[in-house]
Structure formats: C-alpha cells, structure tokens
Design a protein around this ligand. Sequence first.
Ligand SMILES: [Zn+2]
Length: 125
Amino acid sequence: MVSADVSICPKCGGALKYYGMVPRIVRTKNRATSWVKIRRLRCSGCGAFHRELPELIFPHKQYEAEVILGVLEGLITCETIGFEDYPCELTMANWKSQEPQLLLWRNPYLKGETEHETYTCGGRT
Ligand SMILES: [Zn+2]
C-alpha cells in the first residue's frame, strides 16, 4: 500500500515507506474521546521515522485541533457550553503559552525541528 500524498522525507528528501499504524487518542468536545490511527513512515534514506498527522490533531496534544484553536482564538473559555471545566483552565493557559509553537505546526514549511522522530502533515499534495 503506497499512497501518493506522503512520499518524501522532510529531512533528506528520501522516499518514505509505510511502517505500520499507531493508535492515537483524540479528545473532542463534551468530554468525548475517539481513537484514530496514524500512519508511521520510515525514510529509506536517513532512517528517520515520521508520523503522518491528520489535520485535526497537534503533535503531543490529546485534544483535537479545533478545540485548541478555539481556545487560542478566545472562542472557547471555561464559560462556553460544552467546555465547562473541560479542558481545565490550566490546560488552556498551557496552550496559550505554547501558541507560537502550536501555530507553527499548522505550517509545515516553517518547521525547523531536529528531533529524531518528526511529524509530517498528512493530506498535503
Ligand atoms: Zn530522510
């Protein structure tokens, strides 16, 4: 199974090979959670692992992107129906302090990270 949408390593430009699926929990509104499967890819050039992140999630975050962006934009607060104490105020404050980083993830071309395991944005053509 080779898909055409993700095929090049962002580090070295080598070909990416499908390397299995990893489950990922996503928290949405009204305290609901769902599991999504993320494709893990390995570069045949430099050997780096990459995870193909769907649009709806941020790396290292359990909440879906829509919720996080809503908080960053001030559309979701502790008083918003469906979000009372969820996420908690501390989590919201945490996201706001990470805002520049989080917004950077939305634009893969600005990424300059050098972690061993990096993420790529799925659905990019
Ligand atoms: Zn590579």
